[in-house]
Design a protein around this ligand. Structure first.
Ligand code: GUN
Length: 288
């Protein structure tokens, strides 16, 4: 039987509807409109598209958004000054500084400077620590999107062997923590694999749930996947020959092996964006 295709676009649309209703209810009881500020430094084309999409998403659910566009030669001191002023501005609930940043700016210094209660990316060390301790304030958007896809698709994580390919701070590491935690979308036995892992295919073939977040086109081939496994593809890569967006897994080949699989585009991507909206609403609620 061919794999069930997990429709991230439809699941994200459902989620946005729920968030829009929650935003309206919050506004009705407090007169507060959640407000997300995005900061874009430089001329990275992909970043510009991401930020534009985030602004459009906000508009759909009744969240106010403001974009600060800064030139590529912006100094770290100037960016820090902007973030400090946004940290203190009560009308601003969420702050997102789009990555990557130009080379003269240290990303960690910038992420550390965002008020943790406005850190809708959940990249601040305080928020990462809270996730590690199982008492999150915000969950990082992409891992949370992956977890929600599993739950919404009825894929049982409890007792499952989840193998996460990739150890990034943004996806692999927090997602592994979340899948291991107690409760819905958790209770899995988790293995993290990365570029130095020996015997990779042997490990991935043990996965009931395989999550690919390594940023390499078609890295996961059919022989690396156990028949019946659920596969979540976090990769967003540009295929050099066709110019199309492709994931980290060989999607066509896996359709005959996996029990469920996310497409690229239309899988994890829309979920990441929806979770940012949810975090912005959470941040607005926290400010009360
Ligand atoms: N660049 C690529 N993905 C992300 C993300 O999730 N958050 C931020 N701030 N920048 C990114």
């Amino acid at each position: 039987m061919p794999a069930k295709i997990i429709d991230g676009k439809a699941i994200a649309a459902d989620l946005r509807e729920k968030i829009a209703a929650d935003v309206a209810e919050f506004h009705a009881s407090t007169s507060v409109t959640p407000h997300l500020v995005a900061i874009l430094v430089g001329d990275d084309q992909a970043s510009a598209v991401y930020v534009r999409n985030k602004e459009a998403d906000c508009a759909k659910v009744g969240i106010k958004s403001t974009l600060h566009r800064l030139p590529a030669e912006t100094t770290q001191a100037d960016l820090l000054e902007l973030i400090q002023s946004l940290n203190h501005y009560p009308d601003v609930h969420g702050i997102l500084c789009q990555l990557p940043l130009p080379a003269q700016i240290d990303e960690q210094t910038i992420l550390d400077s965002i008020d943790p209660s406005k850190d809708v990316d959940a990249f601040h060390p305080e928020n990462v620590g809270r996730i590690a301790q199982g008492r999150p304030r915000f969950l990082p958007c992409t891992p949370h999107g992956c977890q929600h896809l599993l739950i919404a698709s009825g894929i049982e994580t409890k007792g499952a062997h989840a193998v996460v390919l990739g150890r990034s701070e943004i996806v692999g590491k927090p997602l592994a923590m979340m899948l291991m935690q107690r409760g819905a979308g958790g209770d899995a036995t988790v293995t993290i694999c990365h570029s130095r892992t020996k015997g990779l295919s042997e490990i991935t073939r043990q996965a009931d749930i395989l999550i690919a977040a390594i940023g390499k086109t078609k890295f996961v081939t059919a022989d690396m996947v156990k028949p019946g496994a659920a596969v979540i593809d976090v990769g967003i890569n540009r295929d050099e020959s066709t110019g199309k967006l492709v994931g980290d897994v060989d999607y066509e080949a896996l359709l005959d092996v996996a029990s469920a699989i996310t497409p690229v585009p239309g899988g994890v991507g829309p979920m990441t964006r929806a979770m940012l909206l949810r975090n912005t609403l959470t941040a607005a609620k926290l400010s009360r």
